[in-house]
Write a new protein. Structure first.
Length: 279
């Protein structure tokens, strides 16, 4: 299913849930609403069932999931001993050259099945002589089984593809039916919702088809740039100016301390001179 189909189905599921959560409004609505809700539930079930079928059959219809390559190899392996013996008897047994060559390796599956069935028909006439010269007694049955298996593999892929296409078409049809049912329910509920703005807004939100939200790209980039800038090199550059500006205020105390120390030295020197004078 596509994204829009999935979200529309989700809206179909929300409609019955909303009605269950508002029993008073549902009770006041016409009786046809209950019928439409039951039909909508069936639509949702059908869509979900078809979605599973669509996905499963689509996978089976792909080239990678088929066993046709192995079946092709089985057919050619069953044909090879027949052609090998027939080639050795060509010119000795009249008409046996008709089964002395393998089909080209690039032929499609249907052509290979046809060639195998043709070889079975022609080899039947030479069964005894082929067995007498080394072919297995059941070589005809072996080739028939291999050809049938390849044909079944081809047909199975075609059936799976057809089933997937049918499921896709069915989903589209059920979505259209669901849209009509929701529209009918909306018409029936609207008279009860006109005087109730809260319930009306809730109903419109429940039945609407949401869109997939886009992941914001611009905002994270801007946020990342803002965080990255200051956290690396700019941090060092920012701290340096602050440190260089702050010492201007702290330089004054440093200069002030020097004179204090000098004055103290002068005071300390004065008593010594006075003591020498008295002596």
């Amino acid at each position: 299913m596509k994204n829009g189909q999935i979200r529309r189905t989700q809206s179909f599921r929300r409609v019955p849930d909303w009605c269950t959560a508002h029993p008073d409004i549902l009770k006041a609505a016409p009786a046809t609403v209950a019928t439409h809700l039951a039909e909508l539930a069936t639509v949702v079930t059908n869509i979900e069932t078809m979605a599973v079928t669509q996905d499963a059959q689509h996978r089976l219809s792909t080239r990678s999931s088929t066993d046709a390559p192995q079946r092709r190899a089985g057919v050619r392996d069953a044909m090879r001993p027949i052609t090998q013996v027939a080639k050795g008897l060509t010119g000795t047994v009249f008409g046996i050259s008709a089964i002395s060559k393998l089909p080209k390796s690039h032929v499609d599956n249907d052509a290979l099945v046809t060639a195998a069935n043709s070889m079975v028909e022609n080899a039947t006439s030479f069964k005894d002589v082929l067995i007498a010269h080394g072919a297995r007694p059941d070589f005809i049955e072996t080739l028939q089984t291999a050809a049938t298996a390849l044909k079944s593999s081809v047909d199975a892929r075609g059936h799976a593809k057809a089933a997937a296409v049918g499921a896709t078409k069915g989903i589209h049809s059920e979505l259209l039916t669901g849209n009509k049912l929701v529209s009918f329910i909306d018409v029936a509920l609207m008279p009860q919702l006109k005087g109730n703005s809260a319930a009306l807004a809730s109903w419109r939100n429940a039945k609407r088809v949401t869109t997939k939200g886009a992941i914001p790209v611009v905002a994270p980039v801007a946020t990342s740039a803002a965080v990255t800038g200051p956290s690396t090199k700019p941090v060092v550059g920012t701290v340096a100016p602050v440190v260089s500006a702050t010492p201007v205020a702290s330089a004054a105390p440093a200069v002030t301390v020097v004179p204090v120390v000098t004055a103290a030295a002068a005071v300390a020197a004065t008593p010594t001179a006075a003591a020498q004078h008295s002596a």
